[in-house]
Design a protein around this ligand. Sequence first.
Ligand SMILES: [Mg+2]
Length: 268
Amino acid sequence: MTTPTDTCTPALLDRLAAAERLWLFLDYDGTLADFAATPEYVEPDPDVVGLVARLAASERIRVAVISGRRLDHVQKLLPVPGILLAGAYGVELQTPTGDRIDRVPYSTIRPTLDLIKPRWEKLIAGREGFFLEDKGWALALHARFADDVTAQRVLVAANRIVSQTPSLKTGRFRLLGGHKFMEIGPSLGNKGLAVEYILENAPWPDALPVYLGDDDKDEEAFRVVKGRGGVAIVIANAPRATAADCRLASPQAARWWLERVLARFEET
Ligand SMILES: [Mg+2]
């Protein structure tokens, strides 16, 4: 199901097939699966689960899924043994053997979020089109269904609330922006830092790191993977500025491409 907008060449597949091993880093929403109607939707997609399970079963492939969602949601979406799962952009991890790692003490993060949460709740109370997602490690304010003018006004006010919170000056937190979106969470919640952490703590000699992702948080990881001689692929339906090597048009195209990688590995 290749489309004219896909720019990943057969030569790239050859490069992957020639690798002894692949360390495969995958984003979830917008990369493996289409965006859910709401962030609270956590029904596993059988196509995604099946594909990830088959990738993970290859002795030459290790899989890590790195999501901005909370880890318990990622666990529900991908009930696949033997893979590494990272939630909150890599703050909370589940290792392939099922151990849980929190890279920051929860107690250093949550009290600040508990100061911000009621103020954000009050800000959006009674307004159409807003949704406050409590990820435990982070708070995300979604304004996707609000009108543009109101969304802009509310996000400016939400930003002001954050900047008035004294612990924000410790460097322990980062504020993420986006289209009709704002999120406050730990500074270590960074997919680039997550990939570095995984590669350093779970080294796999001669493995080629490959990262597939769709948004600006993934771009941070693209740069890390590229810096280590790896391959970055952006999932986007139109050309855009990116550090990635090439582009696949949709999660369907990404899944199809991963099937081809698997097929090449199985034949060699
Ligand atoms: Mg995504």
